[in-house]
Design a protein around this ligand. Structure first.
Ligand code: FES
Ligand code: FES
Length: 164
């Protein structure tokens, strides 16, 4: 067994894992953060997407030991003080989900996209979520949700408090 220590949603979490344990299984089974989903066994669906050191990554493609020392954000870590993250709010406002299975991964991929591209075109949004599959909604509501989130984040970042 290997000892690991990583920061998850702002808290230091330690664990003892087999070297073959995937990060997604450590998050779900050891830390009980079941918002990170497993939708495939082929690294394709993106349901397991989290942020590692601020960048999106499929947590089923990474060993828990590889994440040792890193800073991980899961869907459970996005809302702050009871307020939804602007991307979560965008999905709520635009009905960007149906069953919700893909949603945590979609949202974290969108957070990553909007960090690099604050005002994405529809084409850039579709490219940004190309690694995430949704089997329910069709993608138009998801695209609308990310456009809504981009507008919210833009408004937040240009608010007087944000400029200080
Ligand atoms: Fe990770 Fe599908 S569960 S890509
Ligand atoms: Fe069901 Fe996307 S909302 S898979």
């Amino acid at each position: 067994m290997a000892q690991i220590s990583l920061t998850v949603n702002g808290k230091v979490r330690k664990g003892s894992v087999e070297p073959r344990t995937l990060l997604v299984h450590f998050l779900r089974e050891e830390l009980l953060l079941t918002g990170t989903h497993v939708g495939c066994d082929t690294s394709q669906c993106g349901a397991c997407t989290v942020l590692i050191d601020g960048r999106s990554a499929k947590s089923c493609t990474i060993l828990a030991v590889q994440a040792d020392g890193s800073n991980v954000t899961t869907i459970e870590g996005l809302a702050q003080n009871g307020d939804l993250h602007p991307v979560q709010q965008g999905f709520w406002d635009e009905h960007g989900l149906q069953c919700g299975y893909c949603t945590p991964g979609m949202i974290l991929s969108a957070v990553n996209l909007l960090k690099d591209t604050p005002n994405p075109t529809e084409q850039q949004i579709r490219a940004g979520i190309a690694g995430n599959f949704c089997r329910c909604t069709g993608y138009q509501h998801i695209v609308n949700a990310i456009q809504n989130a981009a507008a919210r984040l833009g408004a937040r970042n240009s608010a007087p408090d944000a400029r200080r």
